[in-house]
Design a protein around this ligand. Structure first.
Ligand code: 13P
Length: 253
């Protein structure tokens, strides 16, 4: 069966000192309190990945994620970080296509397809983000739009490679706004995406794909969201910056 995953996306937050405290608190709380059936991931600034590796080593259900990588393996791309670099320090996951990357850094579906490819070539599992804006939701057709983001960036993959991808549905209108999608709104999109995946790769692959919800998910609403049939966990922004709240979310199954 598919994995239950609670992933934190720290975004551009925390100094090194703060990062060490947060990560060690999370690791200790998860070890003590969270079922090993739940995979906990911390998506931290790349600068901290190598140091934080020693914090998660030996804890079976805690891993680290980068928040982005470049689509090329190496070269003259000042300031960028590559998938082979992440591989070389033993990182397992990379968040790709977050709406903030699409919006502020102009990432396109085509570029994301390349990032997905290079990540998989380097043994990284992409946590692939998709989601609609408020105006796109209000215009209708948001289900097809979100599905088309998967088609454009993922559906060239073999079934074997697709099985390594985690999907995160993050409606843009719910990110950092305090307005969570209701469990019915989220479940509608998740079920549609799973059906869309089944149409391409078959029901078994679709049933094994973890689809996470992200957008103002917190300790109060996580339980109801995670109880939905097609919601397999969360991608958590603001609430992942507080160890107690994040752990409570991870315990919400
Ligand atoms: P918030 O949980 O702060 O709304 O952010 C969600 C998000 O963007 C996670 O990637």
């Amino acid at each position: 069966m598919r994995k239950k995953i609670v992933a934190g996306n720290w975004k551009m937050n925390k100094t090194m000192e703060e990062a060490l405290i947060l990560a060690s608190e999370v690791v200790n709380m998860v070890k003590d309190e969270v079922s090993t059936e739940v995979t906990v991931i911390m998506g931290v600034p790349s600068l901290y990945l190598n140091t934080l590796k020693s914090y998660v080593e030996g804890v079976a259900n805690v891993s680290l994620a980068a928040q982005n990588c470049h689509q090329k393996a190496s070269g003259a791309f000042t300031g960028e970080i590559s998938a082979p670099m992440l591989k070389s320090i033993g990182i397992e996951y990379v968040i790709l296509g977050h709406s903030e990357r699409r919006q502020y850094f102009g990432e396109t579906n085509e570029q994301l397809a390349e990032k997905v490819n290079i990540s998989l070539e380097n043994g990284l599992s992409p946590i692939f983000c998709c989601g609609e804006s408020l105006s796109e939701r209000e215009a209708g057709g948001y289900l097809e739009l979100v599905a088309s983001q998967l088609t454009a960036s993922l559906f060239h993959l073999s079934a074997e490679d697709f099985a390594k991808v985690v999907i995160a549905y993050e409606p843009i209108w719910a990110i950092g706004t305090g307005v969570t999608a209701s469990s019915a709104q989220a479940q509608e999109v998740h079920a549609y995406l799973r059906q869309h995946i089944a149409g391409k790769y078959g029901q078994e692959v679709a049933d094994n794909t973890s689809i996470l919800y992200g957008g103002s998910c917190n300790e109060k609403n996580a339980q109801e969201l995670f109880a939905c049939a097609d919601i397999d966990g969360g991608l958590i922004g603001g609430a992942s910056l507080k160890s107690r709240e994040f752990t409570t979310i991870a315990k919400s199954y």
